[in-house]
Design a protein around this ligand. Structure first.
Ligand code: AMP
Ligand code: MN
Ligand code: MN
Ligand code: MN
Length: 276
């Protein structure tokens, strides 16, 4: 099995890179991409664990992108994690995440969440602070029942705890990935709450900006969505990728390697096409 999208404690995943690799190996995943939000900090540890467990780690990152006043996620695969263009770009996003976290904490303080920045920082334990960390604080303080409710009520665009971030443009993120020798993949095309027309626009803009691939099968995609994404990929000349987007074992409905294969007629991104 090949899984090209997963998270560790370097961002909002629950497992350390080592524990993630252990779980992947136990589930029969032979090649795993670690793709934390706006960071490659987990990759060195992941590499060591992958060697110990006899599986292959693909160095990746899931880069947040600003597009048409919306956020898209672009997964970079097979990255040279020391390339200065990539390092500079991810540094910029890390500063943006820190500034955004401080602003979110100030906003949430006004609705009864005290000390949000220090607590989010402590929960992220040196990794990137994400809105998922704030969702967990809202749950811990009894302000939301679960993550979905925390996002809906407090963290989604237009809600009290939302703070806009200045992420890279599609072209910038794709350039960072290409500079570092990687492939750029538009993540979870059905994960943005877009109508069909907006999905086509996003896929078209991604392809026009030089993107390489589209995630066809994810941990939550239906067969219907996979066939629509396959048609999008063919229409816009994108290769296929697959990735669970695993964050935590508590998400019992999806797990590492738990993805179907894309249709044989589609070209595949390099990390999927390579022989195991
Ligand atoms: P951020 O990149 O900091 O904006 O955080 C985005 C992350 O929050 C996503 O990668 C998901 O892991 C999580 N997330 C976003 N929306 C939801 C939601 N409605 N329910 C649960 N988790 C979500
Ligand atoms: Mn996430
Ligand atoms: Mn994502
Ligand atoms: Mn992800």
């Amino acid at each position: 099995m090949i899984d090209l999208h997963s998270h560790s404690t370097a961002s909002d995943g629950r497992l350390s890179p080592t524990a993630l690799i252990e779980r992947a190996a136990a589930r029969g995943v032979a090649r795993l991409a670690l793709t934390d939000h706006d960071t490659v900090a987990g990759v060195p540890e992941g590499r060591r664990a992958a060697v110990a467990h006899g599986i292959e780690l693909v160095a990746g990152a899931e880069i947040s992108v600003q597009w048409q006043r919306r956020t898209l996620h672009v997964v970079g695969l097979d990255l040279d994690i020391a390339h200065p263009t990539l390092v500079t770009g991810l540094d910029r996003h890390q500063r943006e995440r820190d500034a955004r976290a401080a602003a979110i904490a100030r906003r949430l303080a006004t609705v009864g969440l005290p000390d949000g920045l220090a607590r989010a920082r402590s929960a992220s334990a040196g990794g990137q602070i994400t809105r998922a960390h704030f969702a967990d604080l809202l749950i811990a303080d009894g302000l939301a029942r679960n993550r979905a409710a925390a996002f809906k009520r407090y963290l989604a665009p237009g809600r009290i705890g939302h703070q806009r971030a200045e992420w890279a443009s599609l072209g910038e993120a794709i350039d960072w990935i290409h500079a570092a020798g990687g492939d750029a993949v538009l993540a979870h095309p059905f994960g943005y709450g877009f109508s069909g027309a907006w999905r086509w626009r996003a896929v078209a803009a991604f392809a026009a900006a030089g993107g390489d691939g589209l995630e066809i099968c994810t941990g939550v995609s239906s067969r219907e969505q996979e066939s629509r994404a396959s048609r999008d990929a063919q229409e816009y000349g994108l290769a296929a990728s697959v990735g669970s987007d695993f964050h935590a074992a508590e998400q019992f409905w999806l797990d590492l390697g738990c993805t179907r294969q894309p249709p044989a007629r589609l070209a595949r991104v390099a990390a999927l096409a390579r022989e195991l």
